[in-house]
Design a protein around this ligand. Structure first.
Ligand code: NAD
Ligand code: GLY
Length: 359
């Protein structure tokens, strides 16, 4: 087992990465300071992994909330079901919430924990590759709104993250690929050596080689933790973790939550960001081709949906947390391994990308 530390003063916490971790009760229980525990999961994950977690919690007073499965349920209405359970069960302020699931459950569970009685401790047990390499680490929690993705939320760090690579055995191939989109992101924004490693090892990852997956989870978490430690609440460098996300969120909101997986939308958005970075004169044609080739090899889409035209993209992109005074801001690439957040994105070039890239 590997143990990484996210160093955030009194909010510091470990990330455990390895195999068989769900069968190690002490990893979980050492971070639980209460008798009352609420496990939040969904109807797909519950039959697979809930029993293993409950077995580790036999000496606690445990209740569970099983939410419906899907990005379309990542809303305030469904977070209210978590509050209902906490209140009906008379959960106190020291109670612990465990989020067992992918990014949707992690974001919703974390947000409920941040809000209930103004904050109760919570633990992340991420069960998708995307959640293990990205969403469970760093304390971004929240829900979607019909008008904008992840627009309601809180920064709220967990007590620990337990990433058991064995749970990826039950993940389908499409979801595995979606997780790889966020992995490729780290290579592009700050880790060129990792990008090359991914080019050389994509086949092993798609074949679910355990060693390759464990390496990817660890390297991604190291990258994510470094960025979060430098800029926990996104006043600067943390925004680079959003490479491709402004385009991607527009796709998710525009076609309806749950149509494109988050990672798929990010893959397309990253290619759009690469195209714009080339127009800015930072990337060359060969760089863009390399980026698109890696996403394609990861079995991810690279072209935007036809039903969102450039005008609609601009409308949707105007609702984004990076925007300042209503102006769209985007993460672009200076080169493979270096991201930038330009103060002026150049509206004309953006429109050329939206009108021509992948059309
Ligand atoms: P998800 O949570 O919807 O999970 C994907 C699917 O896999 C679901 O159907 C789920 O039930 C199923 N599943 C989960 N674990 C499984 C397992 N081990 N075996 C079989 N099936 C399993 O999607 P996701 O890709 O994990 O997360 C996407 C969400 O994460 C988006 O809402 C996105 O906005 C958010 N996100 C948040 C952050 C952050 O920093 N908080 C970062 C990136 C993404
Ligand atoms: N996934 C983006 C962030 O954590 O900042």
């Amino acid at each position: 087992m590997k143990k990484l530390l996210v160093q955030l003063d009194d909010r510091s916490y470990p990330i455990y990465i390895g195999s068989g971790l769900l069968n190690r009760p002490e990893l979980l229980t050492q971070h639980i300071k209460s008798r009352q525990v609420l496990v939040v999961t969904n109807e797909t994950i519950a039959p697979l992994y809930l029993d293993a977690i409950l077995k580790n919690l036999q000496s606690y007073i445990v209740e569970t909330v099983v939410l419906p499965d899907g990005e379309q349920y990542k809303t305030l209405d469904f977070v209210a079901r978590i509050f209902d359970k906490l209140l009906a069960g008379k959960f106190s302020r020291n109670a612990t919430l465990i989020a067992l699931g992918g990014g949707v459950i992690g974001d919703m569970g974390g947000f409920a924990a941040a809000c209930y009685q103004r904050g109760i401790p919570f633990l992340q047990i991420p069960t998708t590759l995307l959640a293990q390499v990205d969403s469970s680490v760093g304390g971004k929690t929240g829900v979607n709104h019909a008008l904008g993705k992840n627009m309601i939320g809180a920064f709220y760090q967990p007590q620990c993250v337990i990433a058991d690579a064995d749970v990826l055995d039950t993940l389908d191939d499409r979801q595995l690929s979606a997780g790889l989109a966020e992995v490729i992101k780290y290579g592009l924004i700050r880790d060129a050596e990792f990008f090359v490693w991914l080019e050389n090892n994509m086949d092993a990852l798609l074949a679910r080689d355990k060693q390759a997956l464990a390496f990817v989870i660890e390297r991604s978490c190291i990258n994510k933790a470094e960025v979060v430690v430098e800029d926990e609440t996104e006043s600067g460098v943390r925004a680079t973790l959003n490479l491709g996300h402004t385009f991607g969120h527009a796709i998710e909101t525009g076609v309806g939550y749950g149509q494109y997986l988050h990672g798929e939308a990010v893959a397309i958005g990253t290619c759009q960001a690469a195209d714009l970075s080339r127009r800015k004169g930072w990337l060359n044609d060969a760089d863009v081709a390399r980026i698109m080739a890696l996403f394609k090899r990861a079995k991810l889409p690279v072209n935007p949906p036809k039903e969102i035209d450039s005008q609609r993209f601009l409308e949707l992109m105007a609702v984004d947390k990076k925007n300042v005074d209503g102006q769209i801001r985007l993460i672009l690439l200076k080169k493979i391994g270096e991201a930038t957040l330009p103060t002026d994105i150049n509206q004309e070039l953006l429109e050329v990308t939206l009108k021509t890239y992948g059309r």
